[in-house]
Design a protein around this ligand. Sequence first.
Ligand SMILES: C[C@@H](N)C(=O)N[C@H](C)C(=O)O
Ligand SMILES: [Zn+2]
Length: 236
Amino acid sequence: MIKMNNLSIPEIKIVDGWKDVVIEKSDEKLVPLSQNSRFIVKPMYYLSGIHGAVNECYVRESLAHKLEQASLKLPSGYKFIIWDAWRPVEVQQSLFNNYRKKLSVKHPTASEEELIALTQKYVALPSTDVLKPSPHLTGGSVDLSLADEKGKLLNMGTDVDDLSNKAATRYYEIRQNTNKLNDNEKECLHNRRLLYYTLTSVGFTNYHEEWWHYDFGNQLWGKVSDNKAIYSSIYI
Ligand SMILES: C[C@@H](N)C(=O)N[C@H](C)C(=O)O
Ligand SMILES: [Zn+2]
């Protein structure tokens, strides 16, 4: 089992400029995660009826292998719950449009340019450009959380795809510097650390604005881990 010894989540490199990361292309194929009983696969965008979303979570072979390695480090009976992985560009476009719309309600005075910039904090710009594809189009991103031995979702403090500052991975780490955390907040802090250390110990990186988004092999991963990327966009 992963040993965290109360380790905090360190500052995570911001991803500005990730589209400039060089991709040394790999031809690894996509594999379905539902074939592995260590994972609970609930493709949230298919289940919520987003047009074009698939009833499966596909990732590159190496990513599936790393996820399996990470699952062996979880406390007994715990599983990863996988909500999303590879996406077709039309799903990326729908998500982008939906977020833009929600943010325009939250920020009624924002200009179109500001809204587009704000939206990109939560959803990457839809792109099939092989030199700068949206991360989920590469099969190198996964949106996930943890379920305990009874199959109950662990408390992470927000839902997936939350639009508040609480979604930032280090939200509770930063909060505890100025406030005494209550029991609920301490639980969220612990659960986010468990997810973070289990995944980063096998080579994943996290997107600092979303506690649920992890990468391996794509340009976001390359930016955060100082590597060249290996995955460009791929189609099924
Ligand atoms: C939409 C959200 N689940 C997500 O995956 N965001 C990242 C930044 C993305 O779109 O790549
Ligand atoms: Zn994601």
